[in-house]
Design a binder for this molecule. Structure first.
Ligand code: FEO
Ligand code: CA
Ligand code: CA
Ligand code: CA
Length: 597
């Protein structure tokens, strides 16, 4: 924790107004520059990006993916001092694709040409980019052996209680201990030992199961007629594409892909410094629509604690507590293989409790029995995390997105982005607004140590139009900071809270809120200011700084969303006439100072 230094005032910049412009705006004295747009050559042999959409699937495997999302900067010396602010690995998620802009003429209707499917799967996943600052300019080190793409094809293995479970058996992995690829990687996390975690969010609709679905599919919304992008119809009929059809066809799970959807919904660990590392899906952290994962600052000799939200209407917030204590000297992946997963219940009067998702939870088991639900073992329970959380009595939330833990106090903040389907009869103290279109940010403090099962909570900030008031903090929104649909959330090392918005539908780009953007809050001073606005039709996501806080990286995802090649609503980051592309943005100060002060 680096509290603000003497002489360093938080939020000394002038807040910027809302914007409808097709560009990125930042306060006076700051600079913003697009970096590593979708399709940029990444690996040493990568072909150039073709602006007409004619790059192939194989090209895409060597290029930066699409729909940039969660992101972290690992200083090149992350495993030692961790202070290098001039060179490191920028690691980012690629959540999904817009086939309309990805291909030369948009998507071919099903059956899908194999190379279109190939390009779409290759544009998903993660990019690891070795970058270096020379003078004031950051550049990709394209010849570095550390550059890597992880995609929907990359071989992975399982760890934890569900590894080797019969419900993870597929034709690809008869032992149920391996899987191919990661998809819909929304937000992310980073471990205290310097690895990256990518989180699988809305993976369920990538699959279809036309048979009567098991609870492992129905509770997550696996498709019943076709997959999201119809990958299961790929013209090459390759096993790696056909697996998106989970309809049973063989005599057993060894012969088909009925269990393929069970191999998604996990948190995946990647060692960015080892290009040959096989990513690990950690089943101990549960299976749901993981937005991201955030760790409490580790304490020597205490369990490691992490939090993760399930981003869907009326879903839950989870907490993982490792079985083994954390010791800096040997901290590593083993801390994520064994532990207790809890789910949050927010009670009246600002109190809450963490309910264990275990076979030993008698309340959970009693309700399971009443409903005729049997969990064979802990692995089975974790594959069915959502169902276990229903039975435990968790509080259904207004779409839990990112979490952030204050580096000093250990207080946890979570965005609840919106939930327009909550009725007046369904409101509760933690989700107090019916038809909650603008969302809010909840926070809590664990009672005693971080692994405690009791907490106290309040609402830090309500989204809404100017004048919106949050009683617990006495913050009243004004033209300088009104916003809706907070999603990305991150504490920098000085305790400034960065808040990113993901409005969609009519309010996005509308007269009240303008385009999506980013605010920064100093919770101590109860001060919030708008810091950045994005181009037309985008969301703002992914935020991290270098250790010296003098370079900030954020992501612009899906500029021009909802428009077509014929009439794109955005051309960002290119010029008029070009297709819109997701990209990173590098933010610096003209005087070389610290961002946000
Ligand atoms: Fe992919 Fe919850 O945003
Ligand atoms: Ca997104
Ligand atoms: Ca998000
Ligand atoms: Ca969102």
């Amino acid at each position: 924790y680096n509290p603000l230094n003497l002489g360093e005032q938080s939020l000394a910049f002038s807040a910027i107004p809302i914007s409808h412009a097709d560009n990125v705006t930042v306060p006076d004295g700051y600079r913003a520059q697009a970096f590593l747009p979708e399709g940029s050559p990444l690996l040493p042999n990568a072909p150039e990006y073709k602006a007409d959409g004619t790059n192939t699937g194989n090209d895409q495997l060597a290029q930066v993916g699409a729909h940039h999302d969660g992101m972290h900067f690992f200083p090149l010396d992350a495993r030692t001092t961790g202070l290098n602010s001039d060179e490191g690995l920028l690691v980012m998620n690629h959540e999904y694709v817009d086939p309309n802009f990805l291909h030369a003429h948009g998507p071919t209707p099903p059956p899908r040409p194999a190379d279109e499917v190939h390009k779409e799967m290759a544009a998903h996943g993660v990019s690891i980019a070795h970058i270096k600052k020379t003078g004031a300019t950051w550049q990709l080190q394209q010849q570095s052996p550390l550059n890597r793409r992880i995609t929907g094809y990359t071989p992975m293995k399982f760890s934890g209680p569900a590894a080797g479970h019969e419900k993870l058996i597929t034709k690809y992995s008869p032992e149920g201990n391996a899987a191919r690829g990661t998809l819909n990687n929304c937000a992310h996390g980073y471990t205290p030992w310097g690895t990256y975690l990518t989180c699988e969010e809305n993976w369920a609709r990538y699959f279809v199961n036309r048979d009567s679905q098991p609870k492992e599919h129905t509770r997550y919304g696996v498709g019943t007629t076709h997959g999201r992008y119809y990958w299961e119809t790929a013209s090459d009929a390759a096993d790696e594409h056909r697996r998106f059809d989970a309809t049973p066809r063989g005599a057993s799970a060894h012969e088909d892909y009925r269990n393929e959807p069970n191999t998604f919904g996990w948190i995946v660990e990647i060692d960015p410094f080892n290009p040959r590392h096989v990513p690990v899906k950690h089943t101990a952290l549960g299976r749901f629509a993981h937005e991201g994962v955030v760790f409490a600052p580790p304490v020597e000799g205490e369990p490691l604690v992490a939090y993760s939200g399930d981003d869907s209407r009326f879903e839950y917030i989870y907490k993982f507590v490792s079985s083994r204590p954390y010791y800096r000297a040997n901290a590593g992946s083993h801390l994520l293989t064994e532990g207790t997963l809890y789910v949050a219940r927010f009670n009246e009067q600002g109190r809450g409790e963490w309910l264990p998702l275990t076979l030993e939870n008698l309340e959970l088991q009693k309700r399971a029995m009443e409903q005729g639900i049997v969990f064979e073992d802990l692995g089975d329970l974790l594959i069915n995390t959502r169902l276990a959380a229903d039975l435990a009595g968790a509080t259904p939330m207004d779409r839990p997105e990112w979490g952030a833990v204050h580096p000093d106090t250990g207080e946890v903040y979570f965005t609840l982005t919106n939930n327009t389907r909550r009725t007046a009869g369904q409101v509760d103290p933690a989700n107090p607004r019916a038809e909650n279109y603008a969302g809010h940010i909840i926070r809590w403090r664990e009672q005693g140590e971080q692994a405690s099962t009791a907490f106290v909570w309040d609402i830090f900030l309500f989204g809404g139009a100017p004048g919106t008031y949050t009683p617990a903090t006495s913050i009243q929104l004004s033209d300088d900071n009104h916003h809706a649909c907070a999603d990305g959330l991150w504490f920098d090392s000085a305790g400034l809270l960065w808040i990113q918005t993901d409005m969609s539908g009519a309010i996005q780009g509308g007269p009240v809120y303008g385009n999506n953007g980013m605010l920064v809050a100093d919770p101590n001073r109860r001060l919030v200011k708008r810091f950045l606005t994005g181009p037309v039709g985008c969301e703002i996501t992914g935020v991290v700084t270098t250790p010296d806080r003098k370079t900030m990286f954020i992501n612009v995802q899906h500029p021009g969303e909802g428009s077509t090649i014929e009439a794109p609503s955005s051309h960002w980051p290119g010029n008029f006439g070009s297709r819109p592309r997701s990209a990173t943005v590098i933010i610096t100060r003209e005087d070389g100072g610290v961002i946000g002060t």
